[in-house]
Write a new protein. Structure first.
Length: 375
């Protein structure tokens, strides 16, 4: 055998061996989500009792979540926002943290999901090279990080600040992985990205750190998830405007606000609020989102669901008397699932805001029907 041919054979065999040992992002995500990864390099780690316990607990928690929340949200969305199921526009979810779960269940076919919060992005998970002790504690901490959102529909921010910085499985990435896989998606590529102040996406470090995940949804369509770590206060956006400029570049989309700490009620978050009011054709929110007084009735149609007992004690100062009056007199339809801080369905409120079509002046020359010239 000629040396050159021998070298080629060796190269091919080595490449095949490396390919077999490669752990794809989707495989890692399935492992973290407690789902089988047979015939992959991670299969051996599934014999670890820590992973077996992890998978068992996740299976139970997800089954309960699906029955209590997700199935009911899908049915509600089909009835009240049916066009969202076919809408391919972008979906903006500010103050979200890593909650791609609820973004996707309300708007399953968005071309892109753009999430933002103060929680760190973290590093791309590499479970294959974690020591056994680190893997065990990492999986336990991942379950702890997800406990509140699986139980109550929202993350507890003060706990997340601690949970997401504790070990090798750090940041929002492991949570995004879990939610996507458990929702029936298949992750294609994952890359750390940054936004410069003009809103351009780069793989070179710049002002606003984030992650871009390309995945295939349950329907098989390719979709993109962006999560950016950024301050959405007026001063934060003024200092680092890249996130809002990036969102602007995507055009009109749909919005979601849930358990937003009532920040849109504050005069210090008007830039984020105004972006949503001018760049969304629909917003699904609880009472912690945009105050109803800020919805111009000539531009927005509002529908109400559930009940409004007012904010929880921590946010009592954000009570909306006008919203309470509407709920008292209009008797909105019941909400079959929990949503926001008032996580019990009997106490949850949901507001569906739909942008009205602009009124057309029939006398305007530009709106008169075209006529065919007479020969």
């Amino acid at each position: 055998m000629k040396p050159s041919l021998a070298l080629l054979v060796t190269f091919v065999l080595t490449a095949c061996a490396l390919a077999q040992d490669t752990v794809t992002p989707d495989t890692t995500a399935r492992f973290l989500a407690g789902l089988p990864v047979r015939d992959t390099p991670l299969d051996v780690l599934c014999r670890n009792q820590a992973w077996v316990d992890h998978a068992t607990e996740f299976d139970k928690a997800w089954k309960e979540l699906d029955a209590r929340q997700l199935t009911k949200i899908r049915a509600w969305s089909t009835e009240f926002i049916a066009d969202a199921a076919t809408d391919k526009g972008p979906m903006f979810y500010m103050f979200s943290g890593p909650d791609i779960l609820y973004a996707q269940v309300f708007f399953p076919n968005a071309s892109s999901y753009v999430l933002a919060g103060l929680e760190p992005v973290g590093t791309i998970p590499d479970v294959q090279h974690l020591q056994a002790g680190a893997l065990s504690s990492g999986l336990a901490n991942l379950r702890k990080s997800l406990n509140s959102v699986l139980s109550f529909s929202f993350f507890i921010t003060k706990d997340m600040k601690v949970d997401l910085r504790q070990n090798a499985l750090s940041g929002t990435l492991p949570i995004l992985y879990v939610f996507l896989e458990r929702a029936g998606c298949k992750i294609d590529t994952v890359e750390l990205v940054w936004l410069d102040k003009a809103g351009a996406v780069s793989t070179t470090k710049a002002a606003t750190p984030g992650v871009k995940i390309v995945f295939f949804g349950p329907s098989g369509a390719q979709q993109t998830l962006y999560y950016f770590e950024t301050d959405l206060s007026n001063e934060g956006i003024k200092s680092q405007p890249g996130y809002v400029k990036f969102c602007e570049s995507l055009g009109t989309g749909r919005g979601l606000l849930k358990a937003a700490s009532y920040l849109p009620h504050s005069g210090n978050f008007t830039t984020a609020r105004d972006f949503l009011l001018t760049h969304c054709s629909m917003i699904v929110q609880d009472d912690s989102g945009i105050p109803i007084k800020d919805y111009n009735s000539t531009k927005w149609a509002l529908r109400y669901f559930g009940s409004y007992p007012g904010p929880i004690d921590m946010f009592k100062k954000n009570t909306q008397p006008d919203l309470a009056a509407i709920y008292k007199t209009s008797h909105p339809p019941a909400l079959p699932f929990g949503f926001g801080y008032r996580w019990h369905p009997s106490q949850s409120s949901l507001i569906l805001a739909t942008a009205r079509a602009p009124k057309v002046d029939p006398s305007s020359p530009t709106t008169k029907p075209a006529t065919t010239p007479t020969p």
